[in-house]
Design a protein around this ligand. Structure first.
Ligand code: UDP
Ligand code: MG
Length: 315
């Protein structure tokens, strides 16, 4: 019995890219089916993440014309991570393994077969890792690299230059189901699953149609989300900072007393003002960081569904 492979593709306003993507992916799949590399029950699943354009109409059309295509429609826009999870959780009992990839095909689809090799070698999770970033803009490259470095520094264990292009076996998908968090950061959670893993290198191309759905603002909030949902290092930093400040204030106390007894008290104004502003700022920052975590706890305790599926179509 050959492997049943599912490709899971989250799509948000991708009407410009989708025709090319559909063509390229179904060519890839039918070629592998023809060669007996994968089972003919393998499918491509497009997850429409509440797009405002014609994305869903296109997906509906493909499911009618092409046996390989299936479509999931989410009830509204839930973001890339949730859309991906919705897709993976829907297909987990239909496939032996699922590969997640972006709709813009920036990730070289040639790597799918290499991931399959690793899977057949017994890997439960295979990470796609970018070998070069030549084709990204300098800005995107710098911010993305900063992102990974910062994430790791802050205690979130992520795989360098691995986005969400990865293969997961049915077993790994079932384990992923047990991670119930609402604040979803798949890149940080998947490595926690463990098992035998592999990596496949590939080159990342440019987005040919449409524009990136991850502008800097979204990327920053993605980073904050990733860090605060994976690590408590920032809170530790604040504690350390507090201790350091305590020492500093003891030194300041000694200094002020010396100045006082030598009769130079009026000179204290500058240091006083600076301390008030500095400490005020630090306190606000600290409250903000703690608040970020409390917000996360608040959302987690509600246990809201992470996605709601409206329709699942295709054969
Ligand atoms: N995406 C999504 N929901 C969103 C934003 C993005 O499903 O709210 C999808 C998008 O359609 C694409 C993938 O997530 O398939 C990655 O987005 P994009 O290529 O714009 O990000 P970048 O490659 O620029 O980081
Ligand atoms: Mg992209």
């Amino acid at each position: 019995m050959s492997t049943v492979l599912y490709l899971v593709v989250p799509c948000y306003n991708e009407e410009e890219t989708l025709p090319t993507t559909e063509k390229a992916l179904s060519e890839l799949m039918s070629d592998m089916i023809k060669r007996g590399r994968i089972s003919e029950n393998s499918r491509i699943v497009f997850v429409n993440d509440g797009s405002k354009d014609k994305t869903w109409e296109l997906i509906e059309k493909y499911t009618e014309e092409n046996i390989l295509i299936k479509g999931i429609k989410l009830s509204r826009n839930k973001g890339h991570q949730n859309a991906l999870l919705a897709g993976l959780m829907t297909v987990k009992d239909e496939c032996d393994c699922a590969v997640s990839l972006d709709a813009d095909l920036q990730d070289d689809i040639g790597a799918v077969e290499k991931m399959l090799d690793e899977f057949e070698d017994g890997c439960e999770i295979v990470y796609g890792v970018r070998s070069k970033r030549e084709k990204d803009t300098l800005f995107k490259r710098a911010t993305a690299q900063g992102f990974y470095k910062f994430m790791r520094f802050m205690g979130a264990d992520v795989i360098y230059d691995h986005a969400d292009y990865r293969l997961m076996s049915r077993r790994a998908l079932h384990e992923l189901e047990n991670f119930k968090e609402v604040n979803l950061f798949l890149r940080g959670i998947v490595p926690m699953i463990g098992f035998k893993t592999g990596t496949v290198m590939y080159e990342r191309g440019v987005r040919e149609y449409g524009e990136s759905k991850y502008p800097l603002k979204k990327m920053l909030s993605f980073a904050v989300d990733g860090i605060t949902s994976l690590s408590i290092k920032p809170i530790r930093f604040i504690t350390t900072l507090g201790v350091l400040l305590l020492f500093a204030s003891i030194i300041m106390l000694a200094y002020s007393l010396v100045r006082h007894f030598t009769g130079h008290t009026e000179l204290g104004w500058t240091s006083l003002i600076v301390s008030i502003w500095g400490i005020g700022g630090l306190q606000l920052f600290a409250i903000g960081v703690v608040g970020e975590y409390i917000g996360k706890i608040y959302l987690e305790t509600k246990e809201r569904p992470r996605f709601i599926i409206d329709k699942y179509i295709g054969k």
